[in-house]
Design a protein around this ligand. Sequence first.
Ligand code: ZN
Length: 307
Amino acid sequence: MTLPMGDEELHELAGKQAALGEVRGTPARDPVNAPMIRHWLDAMGDENPAYLEKGVAPPAMAQVWTMPGVRRSAKDRSPVDDMMAALDASGYTGVVATNCEQTYHRYARIGERLIPATRFTDLAGPKRTALGVGFFATWTVTWYSSEDDEPVAEMLFRVLKFRPRAGERSSAKSGTYPLQPAINQDTAFFWEGVKQGELRIQTCADCGELRHPPGPMCPRCRSANRSHTVVSGRGTLYSYVVHHHPPVPGRETPFVVGVVELPEGVRIVGNVVDCPIEEVVVGMPLRVTYRRMDGQLVLPMWTPGEA
Ligand code: ZN
């Protein structure tokens, strides 16, 4: 069991964890393999045949190979785990990833086994953020090949571990829903549509391709000219998770986060509401509904609809 710590003790622990340097973890349970690469390419919608033809993994899969299973053993613990446990025990139970930077040194080849090595680098805080007071924790993971000990890829990861504010009460006090979307010139049309009860999907003004989430450039023809279309607001549930933990400011757990496939051809992420969780099922027909979160923000959500 980890005991609650004060800010100074947390920094002391962070210093100890950083002093451990790079700590090698358990080698991947399986070597880099074609079936897993195929699943990943399917999930990502990546049709590039080059990976399997050349017998290498897409570099962005680096983390896949050494993901711990559901049952983690004590020897799988990295210097980050003790830091996270101490932050949790000290009340900083909220977590949100803020940075992920990956560097690829070479392709991981089918048949080789990767070994993760974790280095805890920094703890900054406590800082006041929109989510609550918290610490930014940073670490890097380098994946080495068990064959030649070469580094294959590395990743810098930073999270904000925060003390969640009591959602309902703080919202009522400030009148503002604590999780505000990032509205910028790429996404403003979407949020303006939502306020008017329209589900707008970005289109390429040149080739007409729909894309979501919105972005600056068409992935099909590379045009930067964009427009949008108003879609029917019908869809089917493509996939979902039930969020139990960690607590989310302004929300009551558990809740359902779905990936909704629109008949117009794109997928969109949103909460599935007005449906008991045990009745949520992949493939169910849905229709969009608009929920007012505060004086300004309206969020599109999904409710059971007719097929
Ligand atoms: Zn286009």
